[in-house]
Ligand binder design. Structure first.
Ligand SMILES: [Zn+2]
Length: 509
């Protein structure tokens, strides 16, 4: 019964499995380039990557995929596929359409223009002058508009920019994000005013030092405490050191990196907390779905919600530090002087700043809202590239009350737009919004979780996240997953509520 559709489906999955395995190999080479590779090997590694990339492209645009898809989708036996199999077919089809949507010439032009634009962005940033890179940026933007037009057709998105957002947050509309961010912005602005009126005027952002050896021990302790194994004989994880921290890997081989600064121990503590959240998500994916599209993670925003859950909701909470501060004080005597309250105020300090990557948990989201509004208006042809620096500076003044003095601390601070990454920024703030809702659901299901955390116990929170989010893999689109887990549609007010509660406790306003 239904043997034909089942055999077509199996063939399709075999092809997909090869493609997923190839991605993990590419990931491993990238990891090696950042961590272990002797500098001389760069040429060799680039050739390996270029070859893999060619093979990968050929595999993922193989006409046989399209033939099998047609046979499956047009089959009278389609009803014999279960929901998971249908989701796999949907995801394979979507990815195939996207892979084959762009003309080869455009793909080549994009790749060439990206490297040109990144290098002129570097020059312009060093000279603090947007004009040096303006025309290259304009060219790359135009190519990305063309790309978005092609993608829009195969994805069925309402606009080119929406098609780009779909690469990171599948099926999320510009309208949903605009409404959500408008509410978020209003809530954040008044919360920031309140916090500023109550937190000590003098910056408590003094940096704490610790030797790199001690910081390495702390990282091991953090990963161990959170349930990401990096040091036992059967460990599925490891920590290495790179300029920019990241997570890479799949199922039982998930690796994180961090960066140690001798004069700033807090920096590596929070980067390890963050990357550990990403790693736990990857490790907890449903093993029955390994090498299937449904067995991958849901979206960039959901991924970010998991890293930020561990970094912020757990890692910046009083409950976590009640038992954890004495432990790291044992490792590093230099931290021995600091009290719990002082430490909590230091790691939760809110400051209006110009640079996104240095922003705190509250103001960070405003940096993202500004970028989203500009991207949206750029792709809708409402902004002339010549006006970009002024628009950027005005928004920073209006939303954050900071004055941008030059283009390198303004419009050119991030590499994303120079590297051709458009539609990516919203996911960062969406991750926080998801977290507000996930936390509310956790509070209802496990009302004791904060008490448990203050006794150093995190197992139940981990199991809850595993069951509700990690195990669901890519079975749902992000908005649907959030609605299923929390019972509510996307709603930024719960994130504002979480922040208000926390700062209320910290400063009693
Ligand atoms: Zn992240």
């Amino acid at each position: 019964m239904a043997t034909k559709i089942k055999s077509n489906y199996r063939e399709l999955l075999t092809k997909t499995k090869d493609s997923i395995i190839l991605s993990t190999i590419e990931g491993l080479i990238h990891w090696d380039m950042e961590t272990m590779m002797p500098p001389e090997a760069i040429e060799q590694r680039s050739q390996q990557l270029a070859l893999l990339s060619r093979i990968h492209h050929k595999m993922s645009t193989d006409p046989e995929i399209s033939e099998r898809l047609k046979l499956i989708q047009g089959s009278s036996e389609y009803d014999f596929l279960n929901q998971i199999e249908r989701r796999n077919v949907y995801l394979i089809n979507k990815s195939f359409q996207e892979q084959t949507a762009l003309p080869e010439k455009l793909v080549e032009e994009l790749a060439r223009q990206e490297s040109i634009t990144v290098s002129s962005w570097k020059k312009a940033k060093a000279k603090k002058d947007f004009n040096i890179y303006k025309s290259d940026f304009q060219k790359l933007l135009e190519l990305n508009k063309q790309k978005a037009e092609f993608l829009m057709k195969v994805k069925g998105s309402k606009s080119p920019y929406e098609a780009l957002i779909d690469n990171f947050e599948p099926n999320m509309s510009i309208k949903t994000i605009t409404n959500t961010f408008d509410t978020l912005l209003g809530g954040l602005k008044s919360l920031i005013d309140k916090i500023e009126a109550h937190q000590p005027k003098q910056s408590t952002k003094t940096k704490l030092s610790a030797s790199i050896t001690d910081q390495r021990k702390m990282s091991q302790l953090i990963t161990h405490t959170l349930g990401y194994d990096t040091s036992s004989a059967i460990a599925g994880g490891r920590i290495d050191e790179t300029e920019h921290p990241f997570t890479t890997g799949y199922y039982n081989d998930v690796r994180i990196t961090t960066h140690y600064y001798e004069n700033d121990v807090v920096s590596s503590i929070f980067s390890v907390l963050h990357e550990t959240g990403h790693a736990i998500y990857e490790q907890n994916l449903n093993p029955e779905w390994q090498y299937q599209p449904v067995g991958s993670t849901c979206s960039y925003g959901i991924h970010e919600s998991q890293s930020r859950f561990y970094e912020n909701i757990i890692g910046r909470s009083r409950e976590f530090w009640i038992t954890f501060l004495p432990k790291i004080q044992q490792i590093t005597p230099t931290l021995g002087q600091i009290g719990l309250n002082q430490f909590l105020q230091l790691i939760n300090r809110v400051e209006r700043s110009k640079i996104r990557t240095e922003a705190d948990e509250v103001t960070y989201n405003i940096h993202i809202i500004i970028r989203f509004e500009i991207e949206r208006d750029l792709f809708a042809d409402k902004i002339d590239v010549n006006d970009l620096p002024d628009i950027w500076n005005r928004k920073y003044e209006e939303y954050l009350g900071v004055e941008i003095k030059d283009d390198s601390e303004g419009i050119m601070q991030d590499t994303h737009w120079a590297s051709g990454l458009y539609g990516y920024f919203p996911s960062y703030a969406l991750g926080n919004i998801y977290d507000g809702q996930i936390l509310e659901a956790l509070n209802q299901d496990l009302p004791e979780w904060r008490n448990q955390l203050s006794q150093g116990e995190i197992k139940e929170v981990n199991s809850w996240l595993k069951e509700k989010i990690h195990n669901k893999g890519n079975y749902y689109d992000p908005e649907d997953l959030i609605e299923i887990v929390t019972g509510n549609k996307l709603n930024p007010s719960l994130f504002i509520k979480y922040l208000t509660d926390k700062y209320n406790k910290l400063y009693r306003f």
